[in-house]
Design a protein around this ligand. Structure first.
Ligand code: URA
Length: 209
């Protein structure tokens, strides 16, 4: 079974309270999503592989540990984009791919409408970003698409998660760890929103409502 990491860090807790507040405007909301993404990125990279590297300091030469794998950040359009800059602030050499999915109204199956990934994506450790893990349908499908492209190492980063989404992703992808800033342990409401939640993350990031 994959790992579910739920942050208990006071900085994240405080920022989550501000994100949940309906009176927080788009500018501040965007900044908070980005800051939470940075803090989650710090946690999610705790176990990345290291290798030895010879470094010459002003005094002598020494063996240091450096990260031995390439990273990619892949936001799920559109709200996942709000987490990218925060991640890149800690991993500036990561490549960025994009995945867009919509649900076919007839079949209810997720359909890929946009996909642009780094050519060497299969060799990279991929951090898939989506602020809201609600039903888990989109994350499940996006992880499936990445696996179809040969990606073997995927971590899902979310700002807020609900039990339904976590269970769906863990069942379909037991190899994918989930890092979330908060977990609302309630059923989704009739509109598929997380409760108490923070509303529509995409609309609040981009000011579209
Ligand atoms: N997507 C959102 O933006 N918010 C939710 O609560 C659920 C899905």
């Amino acid at each position: 079974m994959s790992k579910l990491f739920v942050s208990t860090h006071p900085l994240i807790s405080h920022k989550m309270a501000m994100l949940r507040n309906k009176d927080t405007g788009a500018k501040e909301f965007r900044e908070l999503i980005s800051e939470v993404a940075t803090l989650l990125c710090y946690e999610a990279t705790r176990d990345v592989p290291l290798c030895d590297c010879e470094i010459t300091t002003p005094i002598t030469t020494t063996t240091c540990k450096v990260i031995s794998t390439g990273f990619a950040v892949v936001p799920i359009l559109r709200a996942g984009i709000g987490m990218v800059d925060g991640m890149l602030s800690l991993m500036p050499t990561a490549k960025v791919g994009h995945i867009g999915l919509y649900r076919d109204p007839e079949t209810l199956e997720p359909v890929e409408y946009y996909c642009k990934l780094p050519a060497d994506i299969a060799e990279r450790k991929v951090f898939l970003t989506d602020p809201m893990l609600a039903t888990g349908g989109t994350a499940d499908a996006a992880i499936g698409f990445l696996k179809d492209k040969g990606v073997k190492d995927i971590t899902l980063l979310c700002v807020l998660s609900a039990p339904e989404g976590v269970e769906r992703v863990q069942k379909a992808h037991p190899d994918v760890d989930i890092y979330t800033a908060a977990y609302d342990d309630n059923p989704l409401n009739d509109h598929g929103y997380i409760v108490p939640g923070l509303g529509d993350a995409g609309d609040r990031i981009f000011g579209t409502k």
